[in-house]
Design a binder for this molecule. Structure first.
Ligand code: PLP
Length: 491
């Protein structure tokens, strides 16, 4: 198995080299030269645990990792950091199925991929005889920063520095980050907004002098970005796992089609579902659920991707995106792996703000259905499940839960809603949907309130914040970010 760029540079990468590089040098995304098929049957996987399914899927994509290397990465990632040995529990609530992907250390689904990325990366460095210590540098608007910090905490031969906009993240998010332990971690508040942080980080990534200075001391930069195949492929696993669990529990018969409804932002999660379908898992429709930023809903209806619109801030902020990076991989496949045409679309998106695909691409993508939920529909859906069965879902999951019920109006296929965050991550919005009188100004107090209405214990990720000591208090200006990196790495 080799990986090539969606934009046409001819070089082929081994899987481990693609994990290290992250992005292809022509700006494209890495895609497998051929999508693999599962070589075990669903029946064989019934009764197997998450780690076993993970191995059966990942071995087909990370072909230059040995069996020992891959099982070791999987064992280190999916362990007691998750609050259940099921890792991704499937539950039936109010007549629908939910795959809960928020049982990891930071109670959001980013943990599913970020838990394994550091291990895939350090193993890849060893395999490619790179001795450098890796420095992960990330700008965050809130969620990814904490998930990456937790993932790289104490991982040998790695360090991670996270920049966040001071005053631009929620109090809980800031507290989660500044209390991060681990001698190899660093968190810095920046006097500026998220765009300032991100632009500076990008600039530092491509600063040859800084790279040289670091490399002379045995360090190199890397990124934990969501388009790395080291983040995408681990997400294929839980679609296979969910299908197996549905068969195991008797909810469907083996071979029957199953739909998935995915709350979508950068298009990574739902693309992983599409890869699982291509591997031979009997998956039917993929319902792509959007919030008011419904650029994907419009795309799947018309074939025209048009980002020339207002950016809307919603109560599901991780889905507030107008350029869904991972869609590029689907476009590329839909063109019969034609990188030239894909590259021209991506250029047009950059320069003119839109592109439009032809009828054969549309045909290729016919199993994708776009549905969106507006803010009142999100609130009503949270309230609906709470009233129906006492189940509390977060705002992102509610977007998908709404889309799922809408799709069921003309499609009787069994479906699974992908649940991407714990309601404790968005306590205020969730309580407001259940009963506005429950909202207060104290986030930690609202967590206790949510506990009493949902009867789900406050997750450790939130309860530890009460007494956790603050270990990172550095704040700097945008111009001082480079010095902060130097100081952290070179001392
Ligand atoms: C990142 C995120 C999403 C969107 O996932 P994509 O893979 O970017 O489409 C949805 N929900 C939550 C809670 C997230 O953190």
């Amino acid at each position: 198995m080799k990986y090539i760029s969606t934009r046409g540079s001819s070089r082929e990468y081994t899987p481990s080299a693609a994990v290290i590089a992250g992005l292809a040098d022509d700006g494209g995304l890495f895609v497998p030269t051929k999508l693999p098929k599962l070589d075990v049957s669903v029946a064989d996987l019934v009764g197997k645990d998450y780690r076993t399914v993970a191995y059966e899927v990942m071995k087909l994509f990370f072909t230059d990792y040995t069996k020992e290397e891959l099982t070791d990465c999987i064992a280190k990632a999916y362990d007691s950091k998750f609050d259940t040995d099921l890792i991704a529990p499937l539950c039936e609530k109010g007549g629908q199925y939910f795959l809960e992907l928020f049982h990891g250390p930071t109670i959001a689904f980013k943990d599913m991929a970020l838990s394994i990325l550091p291990h895939l990366l350090t193993c890849a460095l060893r395999k490619n005889s790179i001795d450098d210590e890796v420095v992960i540098m990330t700008a965050t608007s809130g969620d990814t920063g904490k998930a990456a910090l937790a993932a790289f905490d104490s991982v040998p031969n790695t360090r991670i520095i996270v920049f966040y906009p001071k005053g631009g993240v929620s109090p809980i998010q800031e507290r989660q980050m500044v209390t991060q332990k681990g001698a190899n971690t660093k968190v810095v508040g920046v006097c500026g907004n998220f765009d300032d942080c991100q632009s500076k980080v990008k600039e530092m990534f491509s600063d040859p002098h800084l790279a040289e200075e670091l490399s002379s001391k045995g360090f190199r930069f890397s990124s934990a970005n969501s388009i790395n195949i080291g983040r995408l492929i681990p997400q294929v696993v839980y679609y296979v796992y969910a299908y197996v669990r549905m068969v195991e529990s008797g909810a469907i018969e083996n071979g029957t089609k199953l739909n998935f409804t995915v709350p979508t932002g950068n298009f990574g999660n739902i693309l992983a579902a599409f890869y699982a379908k291509n591997m031979g898992v009997p998956i039917g429709r993929l319902v792509c659920a959007s919030n008011d930023n419904k650029v994907l809903y419009d795309f799947f209806r018309t074939g025209k991707y048009d980002r020339r619109r207002e950016f809307i801030l919603t109560t599901s902020p991780s889905m507030d995106i107008l350029i869904s990076s991972n869609l590029e991989r689907l476009i590329y496949h839909s063109l019969g792996d034609d990188a030239t045409v894909n590259a021209s679309y991506m250029k047009q998106l950059l320069t003119e703000g839109y592109y439009e695909v032809g009828s054969s691409s549309k045909e290729y993508m016919k199993d994708f259905v776009g549905i969106f939920a507006n803010e009142s529909q999100v609130k009503e859906t949270i309230k609906y499940y709470y009233d129906l069965c006492g189940y509390v879902i977060d705002t992102h999951t509610a977007v998908a839960a709404y889309a799922n019920l809408e799709n069921l109006k003309n499609d009787s296929t069994r479906s699974v809603v992908i649940s991407t965050a714990s309601p404790y991550k968005f306590t205020k919005y969730v309580l407001d949907a259940i009963d506005p009188k429950l909202v207060s100004s104290d986030d930690l107090q609202m967590a206790d309130t949510l506990c009493s209405v949902s009867h789900v214990p406050v997750p450790k990720a939130v309860s530890v914040l009460k007494d956790a000591p603050i270990v990172h208090d550095k704040v700097c200006s945008i111009d001082e970010m480079k010095d902060a990196v130097r100081e952290f790495v070179l001392g």
